[in-house]
Design a protein around this ligand. Structure first.
Ligand code: SAM
Ligand code: SF4
Length: 473
């Protein structure tokens, strides 16, 4: 059975040249001088080309690798400071017409318990998330006729309108199948933040192998073009990603950089975020792909992505275990999920143990939000629930204007401190509150601009002594 031709954007083109990537990746390690020149370019906050990225990928000398790691740490500090934005995934439905070989939701997996949350059930999950302090969610959907653009938009609205006590969700991102332009318009109107679509693998042959030809998702160009259709529909806040473990991670890295450059060149804005999930065990799947990425390569991958795309947020999910997350975070991650459950209904129904038949894959980090926040602060990070930029229209081109002159720190640190204080006052455990209060004091001590500092102190006081919330810069 062949799949029917679907509408593409006017930008649609297959810009991934496998042979070119393989040629770049077959080159030997280059001179230290050239590697350092490329690192210096990255540190001056300029995006790297695919060729330059491949030179970093080829580095295997221990000292030069250390220089790459140090540069990634430095660049993260320069652009993002020490804040880490927190979110949680909310799985809405796991019905799926595709049969991606790596996914627990694939149609041929008969062990999977299929379910779609009703709107009341969505509200129950949201209340549970708000009651522990979450403010930012990503809604996740299988691909199914039931999950069309109108359904996605309705579920987003349901999330925004559900409030519990002082709790509310202020930003809803989406991870779902690519839509047509009309569909993206409908979803945009519901007030979403980022629309994420992962290419999974940029390598054509591997893409074909993991996505059976009879399925919607087998159409490589339709998926690659997905975010260009989003842009055509007016969504200028998009996320890309690759599922590491299907093919050579070095190839995927070049694919991601190429995709980011393509979006930047054609739409004037790069992706807001890049995700790089590593393949995890899941119900009824074989993880024996021959391309699983070990921890050392994963760290190298993250450090090079950080250098290649200085202004793109990097997302590290709870698929990874706590120690690895801690190690990798320093190289440039800006967003993590915490207290996550990936079973349908998992926030109210599953207790402490993971239920494989209800989830898409097995999580490596199932600590509570409170535990993650305390650990982050003990490691010197400032956890943030900030949602200010997209609510003030600082997205897309505008967001880039703010990012490039280094304005992120000026807005983000104050917003991180106010949203963290909301968390500490409204939800934190006593131990977390003690650690948090000390951290906020230390962070206030670092402010150089007295005016901003006074405004922040004033807002923190209001949060502690009144019901006033959600004040942002
Ligand atoms: N169904 C939509 C799609 O395929 O684009 C929405 C997202 S899917 C539920 C979310 C993402 O999970 C996929 O894009 C894939 O990268 C990732 N994923 C699937 N199976 C996985 C596994 N076994 N381990 C880790 N990540 C996985
Ligand atoms: Fe369905 Fe997405 Fe899983 Fe593929 S990755 S089987 S499209 S839920």
């Amino acid at each position: 059975m062949s799949i029917k031709k679907r509408q593409l954007s006017k930008y649609a083109q297959d810009f991934i040249d496998d042979a070119f990537f393989e040629r770049l990746l077959s080159k030997p390690a280059q001179s230290k001088a050239l590697v350092r020149e490329i690192i210096a370019k990255a540190l001056s906050k300029q995006a790297l080309t695919v060729e330059e990225t491949s030179v970093l990928v080829a580095v295997d000398d221990k000292d030069m690798l250390e220089e790459i790691f140090n540069a990634a740490r430095e660049l993260k500090q320069k652009v993002y400071g020490n804040r880490i934005v927190l979110f949680a995934p909310l799985y809405i439905g796991n019905k799926c017409i595709n049969d991606c070989l790596y996914c627990g939701f694939r149609s041929s997996n008969k062990e999977s318990i299929r379910r779609t949350l009703s709107f009341d059930e969505i509200a129950q999950q949201v209340v549970a998330l708000e009651n522990v302090g979450h403010k930012r969610l990503i809604l996740v959907y299988g691909e199914h006729p039931e999950y069309d653009a109108n359904f996605i938009a309705e579920s987003v609205r349901k999330v925004y309108e559900t409030k519990s006590g002082k709790g509310e969700i202020r930003r809803v991102n989406i991870n779902a199948a690519p839509l047509d332009i009309e569909g993206f318009k409908i979803v945009k109107d519901s007030g979403i933040g980022t629309y994420q679509i992962f290419m999974e693998t940029y390598h054509h042959e591997t893409y074909e192998k993991f996505h059976p030809a009879r399925t919607n998702k087998s159409d490589y160009l339709y998926r690659l073009d997905g975010l260009s259709r989003a842009f055509e529909a007016g969504c200028d806040d998009v996320g890309i990603g690759a599922l590491l473990g299907l093919y050579d991670w070095r190839f995927e890295l070049l694919g991601l950089v190429n995709h980011a450059l393509f979006l930047q060149q054609n739409h004037g804005v790069g992706p807001h975020t890049i995700s790089f999930p590593r393949l995890q065990p899941a119900s009824g799947i074989d993880t024996n792909t021959g391309y699983l990425v070990n921890d050392d390569d994963f760290k190298k991958f993250v450090a090079i992505v950080r250098l290649a795309v200085p202004y793109t947020g990097l997302i590290l999910t709870a698929r990874e275990n706590p120690q690895l997350r801690k190690d990798v975070m320093a190289f440039g991650v800006s967003q993590i999920d915490a207290g996550s459950r990936v079973e349908i209904g998992g926030y109210t129904e599953c207790g402490d143990a993971q239920v494989m038949e209800k989830e898409q894959f097995v999580l490596g980090d199932i600590r509570s939000l409170d535990d993650v926040i305390r650990q982050l602060m003990q490691d010197g990070y400032v956890p943030s629930f900030c949602t200010s930029c997209y609510r003030l229209g600082r997205t897309g081109e505008h967001f880039m204007e703010f990012a490039i002159p280094g304005f992120i720190k000026r807005y983000c640190t104050p917003n991180a401190l106010t949203t963290l204080t909301e968390y500490l006052v409204d939800y934190a455990s006593p131990q977390t509150k003690i650690v948090g209060d000390a951290l906020i004091k230390a962070e206030l001590g670092k402010f150089q601009d007295a005016d901003t500092k006074n405004k922040v102190i004033d807002r923190l006081e209001k949060i502690k002594t009144t019901e006033q919330r959600d004040m942002y810069f």
